[in-house]
Design a protein around this ligand. Structure first.
Ligand code: ADP
Ligand code: MG
Length: 383
């Protein structure tokens, strides 16, 4: 409510009157890492941290938008030549352009927005921003005729074409499709998805952000991809989605040890997502947690995308009796995601902060998250 009130009063002060309020969420991925480009599964959910915007058509062909968090104002037209200079505004401009390019409608509007998704922490504040405006433009100007998958693709294309980020579809998918108390298993080959209940009574999800970033993301990422592609080619299949450990063992002597371990992780990770889904249906959070630890070990030892700080956080989690813990995201820094019994939560957070600070000279950031709804309308204009 606090966020909504702040946005509403700022809108009134900047533009007079009120608009319609929309929101969309950041996301976590419980399990399924480095699986997207191998045609496997990811398992994200939207969280209770959002970007919220108040928006009203202004009867012109200009967009006027104020970012509360950055305290900056942008004004731009809707043709390709009108791209704003500020990077935050390009996410909104990109969404408008991608809708127009697809034959949809966007007219001038006034907007004020703010959020509480931490920026650049791996919770996908950018997808929350794109999905919030894509959802709003669909509702305001297109009679909700654009389907939800297309809204996610509009956000993804915005990153590709206007923000220079060559991302997959998971973040925008999660932000648009997110549903309270549910995670979504997305099959990155067929794009089919399924909701699974996630109501971990007695447990919390907490992210521990190491606030370190070790390598330029591109080069190790591309090397991992190349390993996976080489093994798939050797196996005569399109992606490792179709590989089994038996198939991999059969070609072990023909491939490098490095490629073997990369492929091993991907094959095991695909299976782990399925195991976690079954465990959730059965309410078996101990198995969910065990799989998270296995993913961390695989990412660290076989896929080699961890780093000292993340391994340390994982060890601390184990030591504190945390049910499940692993790197979230591509690796080389960023967060661990932890499934923690409620009674251990406070002591785990205290221990992680103190011990990490002792060793690395700064505290990690802590984000508690609850699985929540994705893109939505919060209040009509006449509120
Ligand atoms: P993330 O992992 O959080 O998605 P990105 O670098 O992809 O990190 O996106 C962060 C960018 O998104 C910011 O630099 C800014 O341009 C935009 N952004 C995200 N949240 C906000 C916000 N609350 N206000 C303004 N811009 C935002
Ligand atoms: Mg992003």
């Amino acid at each position: 409510m606090e966020l909504q009130n702040k946005i509403d009063s700022t809108f009134e002060a900047k533009f007079g009157g009120h608009g319609t309020i929309y929101a969309s969420a950041g996301r976590i991925n419980l399990i399924g890492e480095h699986t997207d480009y191998n045609g496997g599964f990811v398992f994200p959910g939207a969280i209770d941290k959002v970007i919220m915007a108040e928006i009203r058509a202004n009867g012109t062909d200009k967009v006027r938008v104020y970012s509360i968090d950055i305290d900056d104002y942008a004004e731009f037209g809707l043709t390709e030549a009108d791209a704003p200079g500020q990077s935050w505004a390009r996410y909104i401009f990109g969404v408008c352009r991608e809708i127009l390019k697809r034959g949809g409608k966007v007219e001038g509007f006034d907007a004020v927005f703010a959020g509480n998704v931490p920026l650049g922490a791996g919770l996908s504040s950018s997808a929350a921003l794109e999905s919030c405006f894509a959802f709003a433009m669909n509702d305001m100007f297109n009679g909700n005729s654009i389907d939800k998958f297309e809204l996610a693709r509009i956000g993804q294309s915005t990153e590709h074409n206007y923000c220079g980020v060559n991302c997959g579809i998971m973040d925008q998918f999660a932000s648009v499709f997110g549903k309270k108390d549910h995670l979504m298993r997305l099959d990155c080959r067929s794009m089919e998805y399924e909701y699974f209940p996630f109501e971990p009574k007695g447990y919390s999800l907490v992210l521990v952000d190491s606030v370190v970033k070790h390598e330029l993301a591109d080069s190790p990422y591309n090397k991992r991809r190349a390993s996976c592609e080489r093994v798939a080619k050797r196996l005569g299949i399109e992606t490792l989605r179709d590989a089994t450990m038996e198939m991999l063992e059969a070609v072990k002597s023909d491939i490098s040890a490095e490629d073997y371990f990369r492929a091993k992780f991907v094959i095991e990770e695909k299976e782990r997502v399925l195991t976690v889904c079954d465990a959730l249906v059965a309410g078996d959070y101990a198995t969910v947690g065990r799989c998270m630890y296995e993913t961390h070990a695989g990412l660290s030892k076989d896929y080699e995308v961890s780093c000292e700080e993340l391994d340390y956080l994982n060890d601390l989690a184990k030591e504190c009796g945390v049910t499940g813990s692993r790197i979230m995201g591509g690796g080389f820094g960023g967060c661990t995601i932890n499934l923690v019994k409620d009674e251990l939560l406070a002591s785990f957070i205290e221990t992680a902060k103190a011990r990490f600070n002792e060793k690395y000279g700064h505290e990690p950031k802590i984000y508690e998250v609850i699985i929540s709804d994705g893109a939505r309308k919060i209040a009509e204009a006449a509120h």
